[in-house]
Design a protein around this ligand. Structure first.
Ligand code: IPM
Ligand code: MG
Length: 369
C-alpha cells in the first residue's frame, strides 16, 4: 500500500432487488476492515439498472457514468428483474446498463474465483468424495467482445419468415490481452491454463486456439497450456472441477461456464468477481468493477435473508486489485471463511442447519476481522 493513501474513492452502484441489501452490509464490512488502517472511504452512490430507470428514466444515466469516471473503482450490486421485463430487450437493465458500463470502461477481463471451502463441500451438488478438499479454480472470461457485442440484426424474409443474427467477432489483439490476464492469474497459482473454445466448429475459436498456442509459447513458455472444447469443459467441470486451475475463455462460453462453476462451488451467493481493463486509477492500480456473480434474486428480495458474502468478497477483490491492499483483502476473505466455518450461514448454504439473515451474516464477518 502506498503510504500516502488515505482515501478510497469508490462509486457505489447497488442496483435492484437484493442489490441494495447486500451492498449496505458489504459497506459495513468494508468500513470495519479499513478503518483500523486509517483508511477513509469516499463513497459516491449512484443509480443503475431498474432503480435508474425508475428514478431517472434510463438504466445507465450520464450522471452515473460521471460518478464512476471520477472514482478509483466501482462496487456494483446486481441489476434487473421482473419489474422491468416488459420493456423492449434493449432497454432492460442488463443490456442497457451492465453491458454498456463494461464496454464504456473497456473492462475486458472478468475474473471469477471458483472457491468452495473444504468445510462447505456439502453445499456443492457434487458428491463430497469427488471434492474432498473443496474446490479452488479460477475462470478468466473475456468480457467486451464476441457474440455479446458483435453486430445484431433482425429482418423479415421475402417468404414472410423472420431471421435474427448475432455475430461472434474476435480480433487477435483482443484474445492476446485476455491471455495476458490468464497468464498473470496462472502464475500466481499453479501455472496451468486450460483454454476453452469450440474450434471444431467456430472460426473465432480456431483463431482463439492458434493465438493461445502461439502467444503463450512466446510470452510464457513455463505455463502448461491445454485446450478443451466448451461442451467437454461443461462436462468436466461437473465431473472433476479440480482438474482445472485457470480456465480462459471467450465471453459467451465464460458466461455459461462461470454459472456452472458457481453452482458446483455450492452457491452463487458466495461467488465474487472482478472486471478489469487497461485503465488505471489515481493510485496507478487497475480501475475495475467488482460485482457478485449471482443475480438480483427477486424471490428473496426485501426479506433480509440474501447471502451478502459474494458482495463482501467482491469488495475484498476491489481492495486487492484497485487499491493494492492485499492484507486487508485477505483479512476480509479469512473472516468470511471463518464465519462460515463457525456455522454462521444464510439459507442458501445452511443445509438444514440454523440459518441467519443478511445483517447477522455480515456481523459475523465483522466480528472475525
Ligand atoms: C453475468 C451476467 C450478465 C452476462 C448478464 C446479466 C447480462 O449473466 O455477469 O454473467 O451475461 O454477462
Ligand atoms: Mg452470467
Amino acid at each position: 500500500m502506498a503510504p500516502f493513501m488515505k482515501t478510497l474513492k469508490i462509486a457505489v452502484l447497488p442496483g435492484d432487488y437484493i442489490g441494495p441489501e447486500v451492498m449496505d452490509v458489504a459497506l459495513d464490512v468494508l468500513k470495519a476492515a479499513t478503518a483500523p488502517a486509517g483508511i477513509q472511504l469516499d463513497l459516491q452512490s449512484a443509480d443503475v439498472g431498474g432503480a435508474a430507470i425508475d428514478n431517472q428514466g434510463s438504466a445507465l444515466p450520464e450522471s452515473t457514468i460521471k460518478i464512476c469516471e471520477a472514482a478509483d473503482a466501482i462496487l456494483f450490486g446486481s441489476i434487473g428483474g421482473p419489474k422491468w421485463e416488459h420493456l423492449p430487450p434493449a432497454e432492460q437493465p442488463e443490456r442497457a446498463a451492465l453491458l454498456p458500463i463494461r464496454k464504456h470502461f473497456k473492462l475486458f477481463a472478468n475474473l471469477r474465483p471458483g472457491l468452495l471451502y473444504k468445510e462447505l463441500t456439502e453445499a456443492s451438488p457434487l458428491k463430497t468424495e469427488r471434492i474432498p478438499e473443496g474446490i479452488d479454480i479460477a475462470c478468466v472470461r473475456e468480457l467486451t467482445g464476441g457474440i455479446y457485442f458483435g453486430p445484431k440484426r433482425q429482418r423479415e424474409l421475402e417468404d414472410g419468415d423472420v431471421e435474427a443474427t448475432d455475430e461472434m467477432v474476435y480480433k487477435r489483439s483482443e484474445i492476446e490481452r485476455i491471455l495476458d490476464v490468464a497468464i498473470t492469474t496462472a502464475k500466481a497459482r499453479s501455472g496451468r491454463i486450460c483454454s476453452v473454445d469450440k474450434a471444431n466448429v467456430l472460426t473465432t475459436s480456431v483463431l482463439w486456439r492458434k493465438t493461445a498456442t502461439e502467444y503463450i509459447a512466446a510470452k510464457a513458455p513455463e505455463i502448461e497450456l491445454t485446450h478443451m472444447y466448451v461442451d467437454n469443459a461443461a462436462m468436466q467441470l461437473a465431473r472433476d472441477p479440480n482438474q482445472f486451475d485457470v480456465i480462459v475463455t471467450e465471453n459467451m462460453f465464460g458466461d455459461i461456464l462461470s454459472d456452472e462453476m458457481g453452482i458446483v462451488c455450492g452457491s452463487l451467493g458466495m461467488l465474487s468477481s472482478a472486471s478489469l481493463g487497461l485503465g488505471k486509477n489515481q493510485y496507478g492500480n487497475p480501475f475495475g468493477l467488482y460485482e457478485p456473480s449471482g443475480g438480483t434474486a427477486p424471490d428473496i428480495a426485501g426479506k433480509g435473508i440474501a447471502n451478502p458474502c459474494a458482495q463482501i468478497l467482491s469488495a475484498a477483490l476491489m481492495l486487492r486489485h484497485s487499491f493494492g491492499l492485499n492484507d486487508i483483502a485477505e483479512n476480509i476473505e479469512k473472516a468470511v471463511k471463518q464465519a462460515v466455518m463457525d456455522g454462521h450461514r444464510t439459507g442458501d448454504i445452511a443445509f438444514g442447519q440454523k440459518s441467519i439473515g443478511t445483517q447477522e451474516m455480515a456481523q459475523a464477518v465483522i466480528e472475525r476481522l
